[in-house]
Design a protein around this ligand. Structure first.
Ligand code: F6R
Ligand code: MG
Ligand code: MG
Length: 370
């Protein structure tokens, strides 16, 4: 049976500031989605948050880009926005960038990661959710998971993944994509995805030689950039991803290993700073210090006939204490730089922040150097 696994998320109000989602908003989302499950639009769902982002994890048989499912998510965010306004939450309706729903939430503010695939006998799926960062933050861990033999032992020792994978990379500036195979094209792949503010991994597919269908994604990442939709900085494009695991794909532990380093990502404080990505439990997914540091949560499900088990909060484990500690040390180190690059983003990436407004004021005072 083909099932669609959809994660649709939006920041519709924070508590306090941009720290966290208020539980009343999660309750509204739960009520909407359970109604949709009863009326058979959804097979199953789970509502959660990462920082100030409300996350809707849904399974159904409507395929990707389904009008019904997107409309459900959109209406859920609208109702949650109303509640956020009632409660006086911060930035209520922040990611609702359009007045009217036109069939798909893409380009309207929310972030989307969806994949449709033939469910295996036992189907482990992990939902990753990040706050205070951008879609390119997934490039490093997704590359490691599916292409780096120092991360994923199976690439060397498991014949079912030894041939490697196909990466679908999007140029989010030119709106083009290219598919690259690993291991044979890994240097080309790295040439692109190292530039993470422009080239982002959208999907990873099994190769034709795999026992899994090569047109059904093993991983999908949301790539929405809010400033490209709104034309200016309006909020954060905090990304989400779904990754399938085991039997012909990297093991759950190999998938999680991709997040064991606290790599530097962009999007911290005012969307304008680099900092370490700290893996945390849902309980710890609240952005405090300097509105961060950037965080990632991971919920692991077994899926069966589209039904989801209760999730396991995968970073809620002492095995990730060390990377959390390391992320805090990196936080200390980066913060000392204050407004200096590379803590603050380079000028080109500041173009869509509030900095140009400050620079405009100085414009007239510049004279030609003789
Ligand atoms: C929001 C974020 C925050 C805000 C900052 C300023 O996701 O990254 O760091 O950018 O708190 O917020 P405003 O401009 O709303 O006062
Ligand atoms: Mg916010
Ligand atoms: Mg956010």
């Amino acid at each position: 049976m083909k099932i669609t696994f959809s994660i649709i998320k939006a920041d519709v109000g924070g508590w306090p500031g941009h720290v966290k989602v208020h539980p009343d908003l999660e309750k509204i989302a739960y009520k909407q989605l359970i109604g949709a499950q009863r009326s058979k639009i959804l097979k199953d769902f789970h509502v959660t948050h990462c920082g100030d982002d409300l996350e809707l994890i849904m399974t159904h048989t409507n395929g990707v880009d389904s009008k019904e499912v997107h409309e459900l998510a959109w209406n859920t965010f609208l109702e949650a926005t109303e509640k956020a306004r009632d409660l006086g939450l911060y930035g209520a309706g922040q990611d609702i960038l359009s007045d009217a729903f036109s069939g798909n939430v893409r380009g309207m503010g929310p972030g989307v990661a969806e994949m449709e695939f033939t469910e295996r006998k036992a189907e482990p799926v992990i939902a990753f959710m990040m706050d205070k960062t951008e879609p390119g933050a997934f490039n490093y861990p997704i590359y490691k998971i599916f292409a780096d033999p120092f991360n994923t032992a199976g690439l060397i020792i498991d014949p079912s993944i030894h041939d490697g994978f196909v990466f679908d990379v999007w140029d989010i500036k030119e709106h083009k994509n290219v598919k690259l195979k690993t291991p044979e094209e890994m240097y080309d792949l790295l040439a692109l995805i190292g530039a993470k503010s422009r080239f982002v991994i959208k999907h990873v597919y099994p190769k034709k030689s795999s026992k899994l269908p090569s047109d059904e994604a093993a991983a999908v990442i949301s790539t929405e950039k809010l400033y490209q939709i709104a034309g200016e900085y309006v909020g954060k494009d905090d990304p989400v991803a779904a990754v399938r695991a085991q039997s012909g794909l990297p093991a759950v532990g190999e998938v999680l290993e991709g997040f064991s380093h606290g790599h530097l990502v962009s999007g911290w404080m005012r969307g304008s700073h680099n900092g370490p990505l700290m893996p945390v439990s849902v309980e710890q997914a609240q952005c405090t210090r300097f509105d961060g540091p950037p965080r990632v949560t991971a919920l692991g499900f077994q899926m069966h006939n589209g039904k989801l088990t209760e999730p396991v909060d995968l970073f809620d484990d002492p095995a990730f204490d060390y990377v959390r500690k390391q992320s805090q040390q990196i936080t200390e180190y980066m913060r000392v730089h204050g407004p200096f690059e590379p803590h603050r983003l380079p000028m080109a990436d500041m173009e869509y922040t509030t900095l140009p407004k400050v620079m405009k004021k100085l414009g007239k005072r510049f004279t030609n150097v003789k």
